[in-house]
Design a protein around this ligand. Structure first.
Ligand code: ADP
Length: 188
């Protein structure tokens, strides 16, 4: 199981899709898209539009249902995002899967630039539209998601963890990801 983690705009979705092209046998679970597919006006959609995280219980429930519908390897994108989600994942899945966490490490400036670019290229996402919401998502990333990344990188001894400098152009960052996963570049 490949876990893609990083702040907003770090390319979790883009690199997961590129990885899925290289490894089409993997199931690709895109947490943000799964959550955005919930009904308009539902608590989940309201939380997302305000730049807030959806509750651990709702997300873990959705992820466990989705995983149970897959067979074989998985690319999990956007989960876990809190320490309790990370501990839940390791407790429930580290014996069933070889877990490899890819942490896409970039500066706040780059995250903001990339979200701005997404907006000028026509993103209709409500959480990209407002600068305050974007700043709030960055704060949430530092306060809530970074402790989960820190824990995954240091505590569990039954998973792999790679800290990937993702500040270069896309092809270079992707080559680093493939190298960390020991996937030959000729497959890309
Ligand atoms: P980004 O990483 O650019 O914020 P995502 O599509 O991964 O985009 O997530 C969009 C929103 O969905 C998040 O801001 C949050 O509200 C919600 N979300 C995604 N993943 C999780 C998660 N694991 N736990 C709680 N909320 C989540």
């Amino acid at each position: 199981m490949i876990i893609m983690m990083g702040g907003p705009g770090t390319g979790k979705g883009t690199f997961s899709r590129l990885l899925h092209n290289v490894c089409p046998q993997y199931s690709h679970i895109e947490t943000g898209a799964l959550l955005r597919a919930q009904p308009d006006g539902s608590p989940i959609r309201l939380a997302i539009a305000g730049g807030n995280l959806v509750s651990n219980e709702l997300v873990c429930d959705l992820i466990s249902k989705t995983i149970s519908q897959t067979h074989g390897d998985i690319i999990l994108d956007g989960f876990p995002r809190t320490l309790s989600q990370a501990q839940w994942l390791v407790n429930n899945y580290a014996t069933k899967y070889n877990i490899h966490v890819i942490y896409l490490n970039v500066s706040d400036e780059i995250m903001i630039d990339r979200i701005n670019k997404r907006r000028t290229e026509g993103s209709t996402r409500k959480d990209d539209a407002n600068l305050d919401t974007v700043k709030h998502r960055l704060e949430t990333f530092h306060n809530i998601t970074m402790p989960a990344i820190g824990w995954l990188g240091s505590e569990p001894d039954n998973i792999k963890f790679s800290d990937i400098d993702s500040s270069e152009q896309e092809s270079k960052n992707f080559a680093r990801i493939l190298s960390a996963l020991q996937i030959p570049t000729q497959n890309a």
